[in-house]
Design a protein around this ligand. Sequence first.
Ligand SMILES: [Zn+2]
Length: 178
Amino acid sequence: MHILLPTLFLLAIRLDPKMVILLAPFTILPDFDAAFGLHRALFHSFVPIVILPVALIIYSKLKRPEWMLGALLVQFYLASHVVLDLGGVAFLWPLVEDQMYFEPIVTFNLQGGVNFDIDVEYGWKPYEPMTTTQFISESGFALIFLGALMVVVFRKEALGAARGAWRIIGDTLSRLRR
Ligand SMILES: [Zn+2]
């Protein structure tokens, strides 16, 4: 989810696919804070998610205009990670240890007509230290299954896209080696 949703969105609005794919690792970078026993805190807080990327954007604006697209993509990818993690993230860490959460709950029933109800739960909850992170969530599995199904249905298009992505990675690697 963290990788696919933002990268597919950026590819859909036709940004430079090379940049979009090369910078995609930033979508999952925040989860490496699990290695320090501070999951959903250390790299999910406002310092790495907002202050550092904004500093990079300002630096690009002043000194390196050619970095601007990359800096904006880094900011978008990092922010998208925290938005997808809003079920519980210590965004104000280390100022506030608690995790904030924001969970829209959509319910639906057919008793006496069609009833939709959207309930948003939000607030703060105590920080739960997590040293392990779930590598693939239930919705992640659903997405992978859906993706596999799409690949089977659209074999020709999928093969073309895979070749295109492979060419971009190959080009970049050979340029780095030079
Ligand atoms: Zn995360």
